[in-house]
Design a protein around this ligand. Structure first.
Ligand SMILES: [Zn+2]
Length: 249
């Protein structure tokens, strides 16, 4: 499963009057960046800024569009579990001036060790942030995912759609709760987190001479989307079913 972006070296050559850049396929991954080679042979690292859980959710929609219901549920639910970690960490980040998401995650590691702890932590954090009840996570969602994993069941397309759309709704509800607390840091949590993860990734690589570029593909759950309202999962799924693929920029 891929998204389409542009090769940074081709882009630079085009800016200097060379040929138009050629599209490259960037794999949808939970890594902060991917190594890709363009059709003209340029190697580069492309960091997609939409956050790994947003990319994983996008992969769920792509899989669903191809009739892979079980894989869609596994990707979508895993994306949801990854997102819940950020609910807990962001609840503190938004209150603590100069906080580092990586540092907070490390401090909270015991509370985030298992999926049940993460869910409980996220519900409490969301409830405190909005001063009201947290989102209601339907038990059926986890049952569907567990049946797919532990009993090897193959859910129907309709069930997978229901799971994906429920997860989209829950993520928006959690984000709505968190946004009720005015954040004290100028930088939004999602961008700060991505920057720190990307820096760690780059520092760990011996690749000083390989160009890096950033791309964004406006994933349905992209936490960094700013001005424009996000496209719904339903609409994105229809686009995927009609053969479209969102282009990164
Ligand atoms: Zn190139």
């Amino acid at each position: 499963m891929f998204i389409t972006a542009s090769c940074p070296t081709c882009m630079q050559q085009a800016n200097e009057g060379g040929q138009a850049p050629v599209p490259i396929e960037v794999p949808i991954t939970t890594e902060p960046a991917s190594q890709v080679t363009c059709p003209r042979g340029h190697v580069s690292f492309v960091a997609v800024q939409d956050a790994p859980y947003a990319l994983l959710y996008e992969r769920a929609l792509q899989r669903l569009s191809r009739g892979l219901a079980r894989d869609a549920i596994l990707d979508a639910y895993t994306a949801f579990e990854m997102f819940l970690v950020h609910v807990v960490v962001r609840a503190r980040y938004d209150r603590e001036p100069g906080a580092s998401p990586t540092q907070l995650m490390s401090e909270l590691s015991d509370a985030l060790k298992t999926s049940d702890r993460c869910l409980a932590g996220a519900l409490v954090a969301a409830s405190i942030a909005c001063g009201g009840p947290p989102p209601k996570v339907p038990g059926r969602l986890q049952e569907m995912r567990n049946r797919a994993i532990h009993r090897g069941e193959h859910p129907s397309i309709k069930e997978a759609e229901e799971a994906c759309f429920t997860i989209e709704r829950l993520v928006r509800e959690f984000e709505g709760c968190l946004s009720k607390t005015p954040r004290v840091n100028a930088g939004a949590y999602a961008l700060r987190w991505h920057f720190e993860a990307f820096k760690k990734y780059r520092d760990a690589m011996d690749s000083a001479d390989v160009p890096f570029s950033f791309a964004s593909c406006s994933c349905v759950l992209d936490p960094a989307r700013a001005a424009k309202p996000p496209e719904s999962a339903q609409k994105r799924l229809e686009a995927y079913r009609s053969g479209q693929r969102p282009r990164a920029w």
